[in-house]
Design a protein around this ligand. Structure first.
Ligand SMILES: C[S@@+](CC[C@H](N)C(=O)[O-])C[C@H]1O[C@@H](n2cnc3c(N)ncnc32)[C@H](O)[C@@H]1O
Length: 302
């Protein structure tokens, strides 16, 4: 828990935050609307006798009273996909439309890429990329199980992603669900902070800046980008977006989010960030009894 102490100045009710971070996280699934409506998925869970509660903010997110959400009939049929509740937020904020071209720059193992395809009624193209070849097999397995046919898989370093294989020169929307120090997953992986170092945090922030810059360049004018991480460090969140505001033509946009959250920070460790970063969302574990996430929405300037 020690690395989390550095966030005491920016987290309201810090003791409640620490207390919840020490409690294990419950299981949640997302309804895969490519294969089933939320009502059908819920009926399947009821028939199987699995207890559940639907999330207020999103009827397609269901909290399950089972330790093995991947072993239910509803999961076997591809009606549901095990996905942490807050992990379902970034695709909803990106808000892709059927028929669009959408890039998921860091997609494996595919929870959000398949959610993007579902939000698009499986029409259009989701290019699901990841630089880690080993993780792509899980992504392909999930796409097949969930019936996401609008999804193409690529294996490139997103920092210098080439659009040459495509017959278009920009995406309509891009998601950068970046590699990060994963502090917000502490409830699921209690040893996640064991190897925490400032050096690692700064090194991963360099990768994040490179990927987000490329996403802005690869998205059409007026197009939308969502940047997300499952970590609390402003160095990996607001500082990354701030860097991209200074180097690329884009701006931070407001968005509605029905989950309790805090605004992005505009000052940290002697650094000041653009005021518009207040429009980002910091979702802390004690606010909704979930994991932690950071989400920012950007628009490429016309
Ligand atoms: C937070 S995970 C993505 C989770 C995924 N979006 C999901 O919802 O299932 C970050 C991913 O970024 C990938 N990654 C790391 N560096 C990358 C790079 N330079 N280019 C593309 N992907 C990268 C990692 O292999 C990892 O799979």
């Amino acid at each position: 828990m020690e690395p989390l102490e550095r966030y005491r100045p920016i987290i309201d009710d810090f003791e409640a935050f620490l207390e919840v971070c020490q409690r294990p996280l419950g299981n949640a699934v997302r309804v895969n609307t490519i294969k089933a409506s939320a009502d059908r998925a819920v009926a399947t869970l009821e028939e199987e006798g699995v207890g559940f509660e639907r999330a207020d903010w999103n009827p397609n997110v269901i909290r399950l009273e089972t330790d093995s959400p991947g072993s239910t009939w509803s999961s076997f049929h591809g009606f549901t996909h095990g996905q942490e509740e807050v992990s379902a937020v970034p695709p909803v904020v990106l808000d892709p439309r059927p028929g669009e071209r959408v890039w998921d720059a860091c997609a494996a193992p595919g929870g959000k890429a398949t959610q993007l395809a579902a939000l698009m009624d499986d029409r259009g193209t989701v290019v699901a990329n990841d630089s880690n070849l080993g993780r792509l097999s899980a992504l392909r397995f999930n796409a097949e199980r969930l019936g996401a046919t609008a999804l193409a898989v690529t294996n490139q370093d997103a920092r210098n992603y080439s659009l040459k294989p495509f017959d278009f020169d920009a995406f309509d929307r891009s998601l950068v669900d970046a590699p990060c120090s994963c502090e917000g997953t502490i409830r699921k992986n209690p040893d996640t902070l064991d190897g925490w170092t400032e050096e690692h945090m700064h090194s991963v922030a360099g990768v994040q800046k490179g990927i987000l810059r490329r996403a802005v360049q690869a998205t059409r004018e007026g197009g939308t980008i969502v940047y997300s991480t499952c970590t609390f460090a402003p160095e990996e969140n607001e500082a990354v977006v701030n860097h991209v505001l200074e180097t690329e033509d884009c701006r931070v946009r407001e968005f509605d989010l029905a989950l309790e959250h805090s605004p992005g920070v505009t000052e940290w460790d002697g650094e000041a960030y653009d005021e518009s970063l207040e429009r980002a969302a910091r979702i802390y574990p004690h606010q909704n009894d979930t994991g932690g996430f950071f989400v920012a929405k950007l628009e490429v300037s016309a």
